[in-house]
Design a protein around this ligand. Sequence first.
Ligand SMILES: C[S@@+](CC[C@H](N)C(=O)[O-])C[C@H]1O[C@@H](n2cnc3c(N)ncnc32)[C@H](O)[C@@H]1O
Length: 201
Amino acid sequence: MTFTSFFAGRQPHIHTAHALWKSAVEQGDMVIDATCGNGHDTLRLAQLVLTTHSGKVVALDIQEEAIKNTKKILEENLGKEIQRRIELHQRSHIEFPETVEKQTVKLIVYNLGYLPGGDKQVTTRVESTLKSLQNALNLLAPQGLITVTCYPGHPEGKREENAVLSWAAGLEAQKWRIVHQQWLNRLHSPSLLLLYKVIID
Ligand SMILES: C[S@@+](CC[C@H](N)C(=O)[O-])C[C@H]1O[C@@H](n2cnc3c(N)ncnc32)[C@H](O)[C@@H]1O
């Protein structure tokens, strides 16, 4: 990513997210994709943290189609040994798998909304997203990061963005650094929320 291409493209939220993921994790880390969809984010996370003998990626989605699409993109791009280090779960992110221990996850990624190319009625919802985010706070390791991409261009997405931002604004400032990036002069453009867990001595 060059300086000019960051601004030339129409998706600065994606460029920022990817750059931050790269700085937030290292090989061997454990990460979660809370909404794996077509698997693009899961693949990128896998490329950042997995080796044949270390690292773990847990990816969740409620739709069978999303899990199938994610499996396919992973099979096409990763070796078998690496794929073994990825857990795919067809379930809601409202409850993370019990195998994920508290304070062990370096990065948790949410890409809200509906499955691109899928049923637009099946979308993330305010209530489950807020519960999931609250649970995610406990799973995150110190100096870990949560990124949430919001899509306010459709009514449920706007409601969800508002709810997530007001929830995040209420988190304790000594424990959390919270930043919201938005393209201000483009109406309804996607936005990116960052939640960084501070170490407390
Ligand atoms: C914008 S897409 C994700 C795109 C994906 N990250 C990618 O790289 O292709 C949002 C996804 O969230 C999923 N979703 C909706 N509600 C969910 C829930 N409660 N738990 C987990 N996934 C959910 C949808 O099925 C959809 O696939």
